[in-house]
Design a protein around this ligand. Sequence first.
Ligand SMILES: C[S@@+](CC[C@H](N)C(=O)[O-])C[C@H]1O[C@@H](n2cnc3c(N)ncnc32)[C@H](O)[C@@H]1O
Length: 281
Amino acid sequence: MTESELVLLACPEWRYPAQALAKRLGIACLQTPSDIFPPRYLLYDNAGLALIEHRTIGRKGAVSSSRISCDFVSGAARHRRLYGGGTGQALARAVGLSSGFKPLVADLTAGLGRDGFVLASLGARVIWLERHPIVAALLADGLDRLRTAAAFDRQSRDGGDQHEHVLAEIVARLSFYEQDGRAWLEDGCRRDTPDVIYLDPMFPGRDKSAAVKKEMAAFQELVGGDDDAGKLLDAALKVARYRVVVKRPRGALFLAERKPTFTLEGKTTRFDVYSLAKIPR
Ligand SMILES: C[S@@+](CC[C@H](N)C(=O)[O-])C[C@H]1O[C@@H](n2cnc3c(N)ncnc32)[C@H](O)[C@@H]1O
């Protein structure tokens, strides 16, 4: 199914923003309940925007469903923010983040924003760049809901509680452009030279039999491979102040066969760090 064959199903309360989004994406907008339930569609309801996929699996035709959306307020993002290991986690160490150095990170392959959100939670200023229109719409929706959660609490409580104060601070550190990361670099980064550039391109050679979660399988099918990631790395190395970090699956070849200065390994992923200058402490 191509992007333009997707439809957006909207529950009645959300039909106006849903219609505006569908128009921008050039896809049809239907109201729920609908007779049409394609195997993959966008859904706009009280929980926000989501990409839904139903797959038939096995000989008995059981249906497995996945829902992809960006939720920075609750669930896994909240859990990782509170209990994820702080600046000791490999992602933070890879970008050089510490109590004495809070870099400006350009996350040029933002996707669903999870890595960038972790970095912003730890004090980095993060600029997200995402070029795929559907992924960008999911990310923009997640960011909107994060802004609402932070602002709502500020207004409704006497100063808000610790949790929402923190959310407001994180939101203030995040910005997002729906744009190609290489074009953004070549346009002069809107005069915001990043300290660190972070890249996590889709990994085309990934073994299909590996335990890729069903959400990620749907995401991969939507986005495809990022075949130009080597060129993005070349461009990033010319612009970043201190380092470029590339996230790869553990055991994968280096991106564009470029050897990094050092690597940090996690259970399933690896961060390849290309050092350009010494990080200030
Ligand atoms: C594997 S996902 C990133 C996941 C992300 N790190 C996260 O934590 O959710 C890769 C994303 O990068 C985007 N992408 C790849 N190359 C890009 C480029 N040159 N400019 C902007 N986005 C790009 C793809 O559209 C895809 O959404």
